[in-house]
Design a binder for this molecule. Structure first.
Ligand SMILES: *Cc1c(COP(=O)(O)O)cnc(C)c1O
Length: 666
């Protein structure tokens, strides 16, 4: 083995098992060590107990037969697994997966031996606490306050993935924003007078549903406390209890959407605003909650595939004028298809403006992909790394817009982030993080009438709650091993610029390398095919469009792209050894683009504009979307040049060869 050419990459060497499983001995040694550790633990639970399985049992016929069957089936599984997608390999630049960080992988495997269940601390006396710490680690990375002495204090927990975290975000926001309406109606029905509550101009029971729906998150939390305290003060405990139960009976969680809205005819079904680039989990979330996917309202994006702040303003103005309630605006931090970063700062500013005019909404950030990039922006002490300092470390990243978006994260109400994506830990591990842990006041499957504790007992109340995690989240039983894996990962590589940020920075640098070398690919294929980068990347995803020179038909171009992709895809009956590289693909729809952007793309690709239409005929020339090769540049070894050409250069050459061959064979 030669000496590493570039010593500055030495920090990367112990992090992963490695492309060639270079760290096999390390993994094996540590695994065996902790396996033995587990064995001793078992023996030491009650060492006075005698072994139950006799030493001679292994010589029984049945025993051996079982072991034989087990091994045979495991070999069968292992054989099948050999054709898995080789995520760990730098030749894999398809979906959002890469090699796994050893600390998380080992911690997860080791913890599985103990099999903690994070539904409650009775089933996870040790590791549930670690899951809550993961929530705080992530919250700190986003800039939320985690000091319980200061309100609001953040909290977060691990989910099975980003989809569930997104579901949970909406579940929480709905519970919270519908609450004042339920309370006001219950008290009106009971003819209970409540006086002025802070933040409301009118007397509570006389406030309109529109007013009650348009309270901020912190305001609703505060209002509920004030109201319940008043009931407790002005009524006997039994009476107060009854009123609280009455409020509960008026909630949307009790009545369902249909009945609730029937009782509040002035309130239209709220909308959720997302950029057109939003992940399809949002549609699922609206379906799941009964809000209806028709109420998922898409906001236009700009030429970089970021939510268009002006378009958002227009949509919000219209909602306000028409008294159309908005449950939440979702900003995407790292879109799944393009890695683009929505202007979170613009969303926050829009809320400030709308709030003054009576329209409020929750802000949730879907940072399933890009959340971990926030580590690049934070010093260990929690302060933001300056933009200038970051600009010195990268060729293009971060643009001023991207920097502002990350800096504004702390104003969001909640954030989804996927440790199983850019956190480099095994599936399934997502996370939901909320700025204000008091949002949990609105979610509980029992003890719904518990009055809020006094200040002095608040801390104990939160401890009690989170020990019964299953009461406050969408999932029930769930693996503690997943949380333990993330916890150890964050301990070994803290979520700041110099640790986790360094790893994430590497993915950005690889992206910049690819970006800066696309011209070479273009020249390589000059006169043969046009290579177009449809959108300048914000982070670490790059899409390419390819059109054979002289072709004017989008339909034909897309068919060509699919033929190229057939050589890059996992599956399709091909064995992985028959593949040079693994990519992915996406479509960008005409309806997602402004006329200007659509025209630019068509012109750069040399297409006939009449072939890119929203309603294609069946001539085969027209299409409503452009086929793109999509590259997720997550593997930290992509631009390693230790053995000659790096993988990105090799990929570009391979792609050029594919294009040439495909044109010849046609
Ligand atoms: C991946 C992704 C999701 C869904 O997360 P899963 O972990 O696959 O459930 C949601 N939003 C965005 C932006 C994503 O990239």
């Amino acid at each position: 083995m030669g000496k590493p050419e570039n010593n500055s990459r030495g920090w990367l060497h112990p992090l992963f098992l490695g492309t060639y499983a270079e760290n096999d001995e390390l993994l094996e040694k540590v695994l065996v060590e902790f396996l033995r550790d587990h064995v001793y633990w078992r023996r030491n639970v009650h060492p006075e107990d005698r072994p139950q399985i006799p030493v001679m049992a292994r010589y029984d016929r049945d025993y051996q037969e079982f072991v034989g069957r087990m091994k045979s089936e495991l070999h069968g599984l292992s054989a099948r697994l050999k054709n898995s997608a080789p995520f760990f390999n730098p030749r894999y630049i398809g979906h959002m997966a890469s090699d796994l960080l050893l600390p998380g992988l080992i911690a997860q495997l080791v913890t599985t031996l103990y099999n903690p269940n994070h539904v409650t601390d009775e089933a996870a006396p040790v590791t549930l606490e670690l899951e809550l710490q993961v929530g705080l680690q992530l919250a700190t990375m986003f800039g939320f306050n985690v000091d319980p002495q200061v309100e609001p204090c953040a909290w977060g927990h691990v989910t099975s993935g980003g989809t569930l975290a997104n579901d949970e975000a909406l579940w929480y926001l709905r519970a919270l924003r519908y609450w004042p309406l339920a309370a006001a109606r219950a008290l009106r029905e009971a003819q209970v007078e409540v006086g002025q509550l802070s933040g409301l101009e009118d007397e509570f029971a006389r406030a309109s549903d529109w007013q009650l729906f348009n309270l901020g998150i912190d305001q609703v939390i505060h209002l509920r406390r004030e109201l319940l305290a008043q009931l407790k003060r002005d009524h006997s405990p039994a009476q107060a209890h009854k009123l609280a139960a009455l409020i509960e009976s008026e909630r949307v969680e009790t009545l369902g959407m249909a009945e609730f809205h029937q009782r509040h005819p002035d309130l239209a079904t709220p909308k959720v605003l997302v950029p057109v680039t939003a992940h399809y989990s949002w549609e699922k979330a609206l379906k799941l909650l009964g809000l209806g996917s028709a109420n998922l309202h898409t906001v236009a994006v700009d030429e970089r595939m970021r939510m268009d702040g002006k378009a958002l303003d227009r949509e919000l103005d219209e909602c306000r004028r028409e008294q159309q309630p908005v449950l939440a605006v979702i900003g995407v931090l790292g879109t799944t298809e393009y890695g683009s970063i929505d202007p979170i700062d613009d969303i926050v500013a829009a809320r400030q403006r709308q709030r003054r005019q009576g329209l409020d909404f929750g802000i949730h950030i879907d940072a399933a992909w890009g959340g971990y990039l926030a580590s690049i922006f934070r010093h260990a002490d929690g302060s933001l790394v300056s933009h200038e300092s970051l600009r010195e470390q990268f060729a293009h990243f971060p643009s001023p817009e991207t920097y502002q978006a990350f800096a504004a994260l702390r104003h969001a109400d909640s954030i989804t982030v996927d440790p199983h994506k850019l956190g480099f830990v095994p599936f399934g591990c997502g996370a939901y993080v909320a700025r204000n842990r008091s949002m949990t006041d609105f979610i509980s499957q029992r003890a719904a009438y518990v009055f809020d504790p006094e200040e002095s007992t608040a801390e104990r109340e939160y401890e009690r709650r989170f020990r019964n995690l299953g009461q406050y989240i969408l999932e029930g039983s769930k693996p503690g091993a997943a949380a333990a894996g993330v916890w150890v990962t964050h301990k070994v590589l803290p979520l700041d610029h110099d640790h986790f940020g360094r790893l994430c920075g590497e993915t950005i640098r690889n992206n910049e390398y690819f970006f800066d070398h696309i011209d070479e690919l273009r020249q390589n294929l000059a006169g043969i095919a046009r290579i177009v980068l449809p959108f300048e990347p914000d982070t670490n995803l790059i899409c390419l469009a390819i059109n054979p020179e002289g072709n004017r038909s989008l339909g034909a171009m897309n068919a060509f792209g699919k033929r190229i992709y057939a050589h890059l895809r996992v599956g399709g009956g091909m064995h992985i050894h028959q593949r040079e590289f693994f990519g992915s693909r996406t479509l960008v729809h005409r309806s997602a683009l402004s006329p200007t952007v659509a025209e630019r793309l068509v012109s750069e690709l040399g297409l006939d504009p009449a072939t890119f239409v929203e309603d294609p005929d069946d001539s085969g020339d027209q299409a409503d979307s452009i086929f793109l090769l999509r590259h997720t540049l997550m593997n930290p070894w992509l631009s390693n040049r230790e053995h000659g050409l790096n993988y990105l250069d090799r990929y570009c050459r391979y792609l050029a060869d594919l294009v040439r061959n495909e044109l010849v064979s046609k």
